[in-house]
Design a protein around this ligand. Structure first.
Ligand code: FE
Ligand code: MN
Length: 350
């Protein structure tokens, strides 16, 4: 981390691709020159993010409001899980946004990566807005929803786990030019992109989208669907960022550190499964703790794979329809067109 974005010196030496590094730029090289573009992948994630732009208030919440007000609209178990998921996301998006702006951005020197981070930061603001809009539309208890991360242990533990590695990066004296410093930063990237956005969001995504597949709370689910699409780009960018830092600083990815990261991810899987148990004590919509556990383990293996770490669980994907949702274009009639094909049960194919 150089934090030298204000650095400007008169020079006749022009910046070349070889001068650019994702992190730990030489202090004489500035962070302002996007072109020549070296990290094409980062630039393309930025363009993809822009192509997916959406706003929460474009989505009608009318049917959600009617359904939620209807005393017979949802069982007590269904209302419980919906509130738990919205309560988790209501503050999780803020934690991500703060980490991104206050810790990650400062340590990444590449202007191409910073361009994407600026885009991602705005998307996090849109996600925070989305949950505020949903909570307000459904007239949920705002105090209950926005304090859940302090009051519900299963949520608190998830947030604690992901944030445990952020404090050291917020420390301005962190030096990412040392191996230890860079490992601290990489651990925070794994906590943010792989664990929070890549594992902790997925229990909520699957349960909420299962309601959407039944055409229930369709406006909420349409927004969750856009968020999932955004988040899958965030995570892919983050993993590419981690892999690029490792490629440029191979000494950092030593066996001991890799083992520590595997354990870090595995303990996140346990916390996500505990959270799911708290959300779904009795199961709803054909979803149950066992299926969701299998799913969380399945996606954790996908994350290990992308980080070139050994896969651990060998679980199958009980919700193959989730990958379709991630790839979806922005089509307003998404759920409507599939109502007649809907089958109860989380494990069925569309
Ligand atoms: Fe987000
Ligand atoms: Mn995100």
């Amino acid at each position: 981390m150089t934090g030298n974005s204000s650095l400007l010196n008169m020079t006749k030496t022009r910046l070349t691709l070889d001068d650019k590094k994702v992190i730990n730029n030489d202090r004489t090289v500035d962070c302002n020159q996007l072109v020549p573009i070296k990290y094409q992948w980062a630039w393309h994630y930025y363009l993809d993010g822009c192509a997916n732009h959406w706003m929460p208030t474009e989505v009608s919440m009318q049917r959600d409001i009617e359904q939620w007000k209807d005393p017979k609209g949802f069982t007590a178990d269904e209302r419980h899980v919906i509130k738990r998921v919205l309560g988790f996301f209501a503050t999780a998006e803020s934690l991500v946004g703060n980490n991104l702006v206050l810790a990650v951005y400062r340590c990444v020197d590449s202007p191409e990566c910073r361009q994407y981070l600026l885009r991602q930061a705005f998307e996090e603001a849109i996600h925070i807005h989305a949950f505020q809009y949903i909570v307000q539309s459904l007239s949920l208890d705002e105090g209950e929803m926005f304090n859940m991360y302090r009051e519900v242990e299963a949520i608190y533990k998830k947030d604690q786990h992901a944030m445990s590695c952020t404090d050291c990066v917020l420390d301005l004296s962190l030096d990412t030019r040392t191996k230890e410093g860079l490992q601290i930063f990489l651990k925070n990237l794994i906590g943010l992109y792989v664990i929070t956005e890549g594992i902790f969001f997925y229990g909520g995504f699957v349960t909420m989208l299962s309601f959407g597949r039944q055409n229930r709370i369709p406006g909420t689910c349409e927004q969750i669907q856009y968020i999932l699409r955004d988040e899958s780009i965030h995570m892919n960018f983050g993993i590419e960022l981690i892999n690029a830092i490792v490629a440029e600083n191979p000494g950092v990815w030593e066996e001991k550190f890799k083992k520590e990261m595997v354990e870090f991810i595995k303990s996140a899987v346990v916390l996500e499964v505990n959270y799911i148990k708290d959300c779904l004590p009795n199961g709803v919509l054909g979803l149950n703790t066992e299926l969701l556990k299998e799913y969380v383990q399945y996606i954790a293996d996908r994350r290990f794979e992308k980080l070139h770490l050994p896969q651990f669980y060998g679980s199958n994907n009980p919700f193959p329809w989730m990958s379709e949702v991630i790839d979806l274009k922005k089509e307003k009639n998404f759920f409507e067109t599939r109502v007649t094909e809907y089958q109860t049960g989380g494990a069925l194919e569309w």
